[in-house]
Write a protein that binds this ligand. Sequence first.
Ligand SMILES: Cc1cc2nc3c(=O)[nH]c(=O)nc-3n(C[C@H](O)[C@H](O)[C@H](O)COP(=O)(O)OP(=O)(O)OC[C@H]3O[C@@H](n4cnc5c(N)ncnc54)[C@H](O)[C@@H]3O)c2cc1C
Length: 461
Amino acid sequence: MEESTANNEYDLIVIGAGGAGSTAATLAAGMGKRVALIERDKLGGTCLNYGCDPTKTLLHTAHMLYHAQHAFALGLCIPKAEADWAAVQTHVRQVQKTIRGGTLKQARAGIAAQGVDLFMGEAMFTSPQEIRVNGEILRGKRFVIATGTVAFIPEIEGLSEIGYITNEQAVSLPELPKRLVVIGGGPIGLEFAQMFSRFGVQVVVLEREKQPLPREDRELAMALCSQLTAEGIRMEFGAEMRCGEINKRGKHIHIHGAKGKEEELVADQVLVAVGRRPALDALNLEAAGIRYTEKGITTNATMRTNVPHIWAAGDITSPYQFSHVAAAQGELVAHNVFARKPQAFDDRIIPWVTFTDPELARVGLSEADLKEAKIKYRVGRAYFNKLDRAIANDQTFGSVKLLADADGKILGGHILGANAGDLIAPVVYAIHFGLTVKMIAEAMLPYPTMAEAVRGAAAQF
Ligand SMILES: Cc1cc2nc3c(=O)[nH]c(=O)nc-3n(C[C@H](O)[C@H](O)[C@H](O)COP(=O)(O)OP(=O)(O)OC[C@H]3O[C@@H](n4cnc5c(N)ncnc54)[C@H](O)[C@@H]3O)c2cc1C
């Protein structure tokens, strides 16, 4: 085991206590290394505090409310299905506390108990070997930068003056707005749009592109948006906010819509969800000579920067900005920083989900990818409206789409439907272990289950 002598000297200094940084720090401490972890805000990073966990809790609560209000088809009459927003917020905080493993104070003690020295403050490089935090200098033999991303705010005339929120405020609003404009129709924008709409907010989504969710299967993404529209969310594609002003009627948003249509919307709140930018500003990377671009810190496949003892992990360096990727990179980098032969991050099979209702899940390649790469493929599908369990559950919207090569090897899977995020798991395993559609179709599944749709799509080949 390496020994660090001075009190402020560490085998590893990790900046950022989100999924990537916390994983890297605790694993390295578990290997007997002297580790410092620096965090300027809250332990758990974006996912626990402003991202995955509060949004999924709110979406689930909104889902329960919506389905209680629409339960007549099942023979149920639930006369007073309504939300107590303050109680909903208390529930969200309770969920965060449970996932965190206690209060923020208890979580800090938990990190310390794992042998990590935690510094609550903003980290800034003063040299390639030194970092300043709260006026104190820490020296590191190795560093991992895991500072994640923050919401990107576009330059729109009047936007700052009228005021806006991002995901950070949107997960803990003291009260619900009556009218909300969401700028950005990506996964984050759509999840918030449906959540707020189901809590009774009038929602308009403005998306600059002509089509929604560019990384998703075209057909399934369009089907999802038609469902959101049917639910009462106004979706404007090819539309952008030109400028804004405020008066006592509310925030006036001037939009330039599709086919040159100009319109003015009035809203109580504007939610900006047009993407993320790397959290680099405070780090003073120049002092350490670390290369970066507007997309984040530049690393090689093993997560190493151009400065050999400095590494990066998670959203700050990854084009796949998901918690499971951040945690996997945190784990890999904890190994790589001390390894003689660092390993490359394997980004071949990364699944992801848009957690609307219905969910839209994806793994592997899309039809667009395959066409672009000129790879021949076949499509197998199963529709939930033909599946007994989906009919019994009144969850018939959507389908499973599998893409396979001439030998039946699965190249991609796309699912739109209830719990698609769970249903994609067998497709992830299938791609991971090189299973063919024939193998999937041959395996018996319990009846009646939603998973039979995956088998049904495989049987189509
Ligand atoms: C609204 C929303 C919903 C999401 N939902 C999902 C989902 O359902 N599933 C999913 O997989 N992913 C989801 N994500 C993405 C997920 O949250 C991120 O991929 C994940 O949090 C990345 O982890 P990270 O450790 O790289 O960065 P982060 O979690 O962002 O952690 C970085 C930490 O570094 C700290 N920091 C930054 N600069 C400094 C500095 N100079 N000094 C000290 N500390 C610093 C920050 O305060 C932060 O705590 C969502 C994101 C958002 C915004």
